[in-house]
Design a protein around this ligand. Structure first.
Ligand code: NI
Ligand code: MN
Length: 226
């Protein structure tokens, strides 16, 4: 499996039968170096919640690529109304797709979908994902605070954990270090930091604080192959 970072919480996952985006915040993302039109043949889009910095360019990308969107049930109802293909799931559920398995995990966060007129539509609860592809497992935490539920992820044997570290809206560095201790992945990649002033951090403090787990700090378009 290849994991390419696109800045903030956006990643491209590629396996034998899948080319997926997670939380494709591309066009408005100051940390993303690729263009929406450069992302081609996207088979799936995973969404952790409906906030703008995660929903991002989903509608345009899904329409252009005829992608299947995997997301929480209520967010899926909203996207289906836009004419998009959705596979909805809910917290704790696992499903076998042709490319592998997906488990939707809890996230302590909101899920409202912001509208251009300032109103907010209820997009259900936020989530994370454990995605198994070609015998490897990646955990994308979404936006979340530290939760004791993360201790259960140790049983998943995660190869790569993608964890928010920016604080304010999510775990900060100290809590993310505790999350790594709970999850015990082989590799951890920090995300959701430095995109905006309110989530600026010293990423080297995360790198030095994590013990016994490989920390891979990625910039946009950096790729990790597992
Ligand atoms: Ni959010
Ligand atoms: Mn966010």
């Amino acid at each position: 499996m290849k994991i390419t970072y696109l800045g903030h919480s956006a990643f491209l996952l590629e396996g034998d039968k899948i080319k997926a985006l997670i939380d494709p915040f591309i066009s408005g993302n100051p940390k993303c170096t690729v263009k929406v039109e450069d992302l081609k043949d996207i088979t799936h889009i995973f969404l952790t919640h409906g906030h703008g910095d995660h929903l991002g360019d989903t509608v345009a990308l899904a329409k252009a690529n005829n992608s299947l969107i995997v997301c929480p049930y209520e967010l899926g109802l909203y996207l289906a109304k836009e004419g998009l293909s959705v596979h909805t799931m809910h917290i704790g559920g696992r499903f076998g797709f042709d490319f592998g398995t997906v488990k939707m995990t809890p996230a302590l966060h909101g899920g409202g979908i912001e509208q251009p007129d300032g109103t907010v539509i209820n997009g259900g609860t936020a989530c994370g994902y454990v995605i198994g592809v070609d015998g490897k497992k990646v955990y994308h935490a979404g936006d979340t605070g530290l939760t004791m539920d993360m201790k259960l992820l140790e049983y998943e044997n995660i190869d790569v954990a993608l964890l928010p570290i920016g604080g304010n809206f999510t775990m900060d560095i100290q809590d993310a270090i505790r999350a790594v201790d709970f999850i015990k992945p082989k590799t951890v990649v920090p995300m959701h930091y430095d995109t905006f002033p309110v989530i600026e951090v010293e990423v080297k403090e995360f790198k030095s604080g994590v013990k016994d787990v490989q920390v891979k700090v990625m910039n946009s378009e950096d790729m990790l192959e597992i």
